[in-house]
Design a protein around this ligand. Structure first.
Ligand code: ADP
Ligand code: MG
Length: 185
């Protein structure tokens, strides 16, 4: 993994479809940080898609692998870390990510999330017997306290393009003295 200057990591959390991967790449490129996606690393480690991995080994095995990848990614500095939506389910993931990173929670209305992840999203359904929108609303709601607890700041992404979200995050980082590393410029 490539890393940027020796600043702390910037960690993006939030439900799938909130734009973590898209915004994370933009943000990393803009500030010269490395970019790492835990889901991409999991796919590499497993040598298969997440859907196939979960189908073959189950969610618990997926979360175990995720925790190992998160622990590795969370070490060091100078990277934007793009996480999977369920990373907050294990407290040790949050502890590891917060140890060297500022955690930014991206949010979006369930309807916006549903629209964004209609097609092509390589994630298995989590619950059965519900409409897609109901499932999203229910899980977002259930995870809200976990995201809230893990986050240093929150950015709502509804109605704003990814570039604008990256700018908003950067503004927050600058305002709180988190960026640039060392404090000036
Ligand atoms: P995540 O990594 O959080 O699951 P992605 O970055 O993969 O989310 O984004 C999911 C989909 O939503 C992609 O098609 C992406 O282009 C789109 N998207 C991301 N952020 C926004 C946004 N702010 N507004 C509209 N569409 C977005
Ligand atoms: Mg993603």
């Amino acid at each position: 993994m490539t890393r940027g200057p020796a600043g702390k990591n910037i960690v993006l959390i939030g439900y799938r479809g909130t734009g973590k991967s898209t915004v994370g790449r933009l943000l990393a490129a803009r500030i010269g940080y490395g970019f790492v996606s835990t889901d991409e690393l999991i796919k590499e480690c497993a040598a298969q898609s997440i859907t196939d991995f979960v189908a073959a080994h189950g969610w618990e095995a997926f979360r175990d692998l995720e925790s190992r990848v998160v622990e590795e990614c969370a070490k060091g500095s100078g990277a934007v870390i793009d996480t999977g939506g369920g990373v907050v389910l294990r407290p040790e993931n949050v502890t590891a990510l917060r140890a060297h990173g500022l955690v930014v929670w991206l949010t979006a209305d369930p309807a916006a999330i549903a629209e964004r992840i209609q097609d092509g999203d390589d994630r298995p359904a989590l619950t059965e017997g519900r409409t897609f929108l109901e499932e999203i609303a229910e899980i977002v709601n259930a995870r809200k306290p976990l995201y809230e607890c893990a986050a240093d700041c929150t950015v709502a992404t509804d109605g704003q393009p990814p570039e604008a979200i990256a700018s908003l995050i950067l503004e927050r980082l600058r305002a709180s003295g988190w960026f640039p590393p060392g404090g000036t410029a």
